[in-house]
Write a protein that binds this ligand. Structure first.
Ligand code: 13P
Length: 338
């Protein structure tokens, strides 16, 4: 394990004014996204879509890294250049999703645990050869009447820690993603409690498993009201409670926090990030690792003419620019008119 390399890579992932593009949708998730815009989800169409995203001129000004899916890491542009190579040329770090999805946790109805540890050491060695410098593993925590259970959080924390150790052994920075879902009808206070409990268990487990914290990036949810909750907290409240929760749980050695968007609208996700970065001193960087909140508009526009890239790229670049500014607390609504 090269701790200096891990630390340098992790710092680069959360460099000032930059964040991460999550483009690692599995083929199943990609089908859902493509269905919503009427594009057939073939391997070639997925390649064309990812080519559009990854060849966006100037993307490297605001994006430090892109998370890819196994298929995408092996794909090439029209002229035969591997996607990982295109990213490297633009100063962007290639990353790879290595979990194999969240599946039902046996004997715990309504709860999930993430799979993917089998043969992970061998897979990481191959991904490293293909150019991956960091990885992602997403754990899913569901809020319900008596959920989540500590057993579910512990099972997921254990898997995250084992994944993180294997990544660090291979000189790959692990993105540790324990996502508390925002789909239920819970209040923001309940989201705060569950997120706090989850992060406490996750960091205790990472320490127990000897994870080198300066060589990871945390990818948490923001503390928000559940989507079905009649009372929706204001952006200021979301920023305040998210910041409070992270300050109480995330050790100062962690170089950066890169949020998921989790179903927030694109502008809302930008606004929340911006407000948090205006709240004062913090030991870690706070930036974005958005999927939908970066891609939604670009996908809609691209779907109108999948052989052409420019218009979709413009939409992606605008979101990257706005979120890059938000990671410094410098986003303003006028930037949306650019
Ligand atoms: P969203 O920003 O769309 O939630 O995706 C981020 C991600 O990578 C989830 O694992």
């Amino acid at each position: 394990m090269d701790t200096l390399l891990l630390e340098t890579t992790a710092k680069a992932m959360v460099a000032p004014g930059k964040g991460i593009l999550a483009a690692d949708e599995s083929s199943g998730t990609c089908k859902k996204r493509f269905d919503s815009v009427g594009v057939e989800c073939t391997e070639e169409n997925r390649r064309l879509y990812r080519q559009m995203l990854l060849t966006t001129p100037e993307l490297g000004k605001h994006v430090s890294g892109v998370i890819l899916y196994d298929e995408t890491l092996r794909q090439k542009t029209d002229d035969g250049t591997p996607f990982a190579e295109i990213l490297k040329r633009n100063g962007i770090l290639p990353g790879i999703k290595v979990d194999t999805g969240a599946h039902a946790l046996a004997l715990f109805p309504g709860e999930k645990v993430t799979d993917g540890l089998d043969k992970l050491r061998d897979r990481l060695a191959e991904y490293r050869k293909l150019g991956a410098r960091f990885a992602k593993w997403r754990a899913v925590i569901t809020i319900g009447e008596d959920l989540p259970t500590d057993s579910c959080i512990q099972a997921n924390a254990h898997a995250l820690a084992r994944y993180a150790g294997l990544c660090q052994e291979a000189d790959i920075v692990p993105i540790v993603e324990p996502e508390v879902l925002m789909d239920a009808d819970n209040t923001i206070e309940r989201c705060f409690d569950v997120t706090e409990r989850t992060l406490k268990i996750v960091f205790a487990t990472l320490k127990e498993f000897r994870i080198h914290l300066p060589g990871i990036v945390l990818k948490p949810n923001m503390v928000v009201s559940g989507k079905q909750c009649p009372e929706q907290a204001s952006p200021e409240e979301v920023a305040k409670l998210t910041f409070k929760c992270l300050k109480a749980t995330v050790p100062a050695e962690v170089p950066g926090i890169a949020f998921l968007s989790g179903g927030q609208s694109d502008v809302t996700a930008t606004l929340h990030l911006n407000l948090m970065n205006q709240l004062g001193k913090k030991p870690w960087a706070m930036t974005f690792s958005y999927g939908r909140a970066l891609q939604d508009k670009a996908l809609k526009i691209w779907a109108q003419n999948i052989k052409s890239s420019a218009a979709g790229q413009k939409a992606l670049l605008l979101r990257a620019q706005c979120n890059g500014a938000a990671s410094l607390g410098q986003y303003t609504a006028t930037m949306e008119q650019a």
